[in-house]
Design a protein around this ligand. Structure first.
Ligand SMILES: [Zn+2]
Length: 224
């Protein structure tokens, strides 16, 4: 009754299902990890997303669920992930049209590393700097390689309401992405295409970051 069953929904569901399969194929959401959502309408808010605990590589368009602004399932079979709260926070705070959450090797590794580097206990958010690379221009609003962006890094927390509240003040200044330490990346955009682009760019930049750290360490060893 509350769902949004129209041609637009069907097209969006098909596009989201294809995007998830492609993201899964890249190894960014193994073992039912990650979650992915698309805004169907803002008033009242309806989010199309994958149900909790399923293999994101094989979710058909018709298997997607619809949730409302409180994270309650209003259409489809299955449960909404606890992580829905952070999806909703990003959709509301950043005016995002799609949110893509991955558990990649690079995102997991570097977010943990960034928190450890700052020697924090996770009580205050850290950040990870990405700079001076051509691929930064894939992020909306960036027109030159000669710049730096800071991805906020939050300590992991199974209390998603608390995590969302902590993320809220940082989202506006974030480069269309935020990291959860030892967990993964949330990337977003004004629509699904833009969110996919931002996800691919951020995952690329994260790969670059750890490879460069490794190269610098190897160079230092061979010079000593
Ligand atoms: Zn997750």
């Amino acid at each position: 009754v509350d769902s949004v069953p129209n041609a637009n929904t069907t097209a969006l569901a098909s596009a989201l299902s294809k995007a998830m399969a492609s993201i899964h194929q890249r190894g960014w959401c193994d073992g039912t990890g990650g979650n992915f959502s698309c805004l169907l309408q803002r008033e009242p808010l309806r989010l199309l997303m994958a149900p909790s605990g399923v293999d994101k590589g094989s979710v058909n368009a018709r298997d997607l669920i619809q949730v409302d602004g409180n994270g309650s399932v209003v259409a489809g079979q299955g449960k909404a992930s606890a992580e829905t709260a952070l999806h909703l926070e990003i959709v509301n705070t950043c005016n995002a049209g799609a949110v893509l959450h991955t558990h990649s090797q690079a995102g997991t590794l570097l977010s943990q590393w960034a928190l450890e580097q700052e020697g924090g206990d996770g009580s205050t958010p850290s950040s990870l700097e990405l700079r001076d690379l051509e691929m930064l221009k894939g992020l909306e609003g960036i027109t030159t390689h000669a710049c730096a962006v800071q991805i906020p890094v939050l300590a992991n927390n199974q209390d998603l309401q608390a995590l969302s509240a902590e993320a809220r003040p940082l989202l506006g200044g974030a480069p269309h992405g935020v990291l959860i330490a030892g967990h993964g990346l949330y990337a977003w955009g004004r629509n699904l295409g833009s969110a996919v682009r931002h996800l691919e760019i951020l995952e690329f930049l994260l790969e670059q970051r750890w490879r460069r750290l490794l190269l610098q360490a190897l160079t230092a060893v061979s010079a000593s």
